[in-house]
Ligand binder design. Structure first.
Ligand SMILES: *Cc1c(COP(=O)(O)O)cnc(C)c1O
Length: 360
């Protein structure tokens, strides 16, 4: 049995080398005689794993010393609550609504204070990123929130919003480590790792030190205070130990690929193959405004629901998995994260070409 080309939006494709390495270490991690799944998170061996993972991530992203790296649980969705609980000192925050994940974060923040929607692209089914050069950000807003890459709709902020001096908080779940990033522009960068880095169950939160305070909303659970995790090196309780181990392997893999600049180049090349085909196709059409296109998630349609379904079915039979669009938007979506090889995209395009010829 061979491996398929997996275009899933998440959990998603991981580098085959990483999976093979993990398989080889499954029964005996480096002479410990046990699997990483079986060892104490307080052991020397595990301490090595999590310390090395953080060190490699810091190196990859160039994370400055005044930022902490936290390995957390609860998915990106738990951050939707944790962010306002920890940051809403004035009980007010500005949200830019560019899709379903941003909207969910906005709605959650509304449970804790006033969440102000300062921009939205809901009017055209989130197919673009709104102009964020002069937003009506309230004077007393504690932060400005964005979802930087919109997994479902396939848009990406190529220019960060002008936050007018307010702290920027970004959900980067689906573009994590896909390109170099200037961490200093953000107060918090966070993401669930199951899109581009590792197994579901781990959330990485990179947070500027001054945002980690005692001064959180009343009754914020201990487990939902950034300070709890920062003070304990992400080991207040048992961390998602095996997941962090796999993330660490992916960080090493990324370093071997040449780091984030090389990754960006590779991702641009892959995305161009698919977008160029879509732009010239008689049958398939991209759904996103060109200037806002994501390098990671590429939604497209034929214009006919029947043909869409036929395409997804025939693609699956040919070894291209998970091309069905999100249940709320329909059509197709190819997620082409870091670990998707360029041959996967080339072969998909060749298959789309054949399908087009046979169906037009
Ligand atoms: C998948 C996704 C989420 C939700 O992640 P969970 O880990 O399932 O909570 C949030 N934001 C973005 C951008 C995503 O792609």
């Amino acid at each position: 049995m061979g491996r398929v080309y997996n275009f899933s939006a998440g959990p998603a494709v991981l580098p085959e080398e990483v999976l093979r390495e993990a398989a080889a270490e499954m029964l005996d991690y480096k002479g410990t005689g046990m699997s990483v799944m079986e060892m104490s998170h307080r052991s020397k061996a595990y301490e090595g794993i999590i310390t090395e993972a953080e060190k490699d991530l810091r190196e990859l992203m160039g994370i400055p010393d005044n930022y902490r790296v936290l390995f957390l649980q609860g998915g990106a969705s738990l951050q939707f609550a944790m962010i306002p609980m920890n940051l809403m000192k004035n009980r007010k925050a500005a949200y830019i609504i560019t899709g379903q994940w941003a909207k969910k974060a906005y709605q959650e923040a509304g449970l804790y204070g006033e969440a102000v929607a300062v921009a939205s692209s809901a009017d055209r089914t989130f197919s673009y990123i709104p102009d964020c050069s002069n937003l009506p950000i309230p004077e007393d807003a504690d932060y400005v929130y964005i979802c930087e890459n919109n997994t479902i709709y396939g848009t990406k902020f190529w220019k960060l919003p002008d936050t007018k001096g307010k702290t920027l908080v970004a959900d980067v779940s689906s573009c994590f480590l896909s390109e170099p990033v200037d961490v200093t522009k953000y107060g918090i960068i966070y993401g669930g790792v199951q899109k581009n880095i590792g197994p579901a169950g781990v959330v990485i939160c990179i947070i500027r030190e001054d945002l980690i305070t005692q001064d959180v909303l009343p009754a914020t659970p201990t487990m939902m205070r950034y300070k709890t995790h920062a003070d304990n090196g992400s080991m207040y309780n048992t961390p998602p130990a095996y997941g962090i181990y796999i993330c660490g392997k992916v960080f090493k893999w990324l370093k071997n690929q040449g780091g984030l600049a090389a990754m960006k180049e590779h991702n641009e090349k892959k995305a161009k193959i698919l977008y160029d085909f879509l732009d010239g196709s008689r049958l398939f059409k991209g759904t996103v405004e060109k200037k806002d296109r994501s390098l990671m998630n590429v939604p497209f349609v034929t214009g006919s629901e029947e043909l869409d379904a036929k395409f997804v079915k025939e693609a699956k039979a040919a070894g291209f998995e998970n091309l069905k669009g999100h249940r709320t938007v329909g059509g197709m979506r190819a997620s082409i994260y870091n670990a998707m090889p360029i041959e996967g995209v080339k072969k998909l395009v060749a298959f789309m070409q054949e399908f087009e010829t046979a169906n037009t």
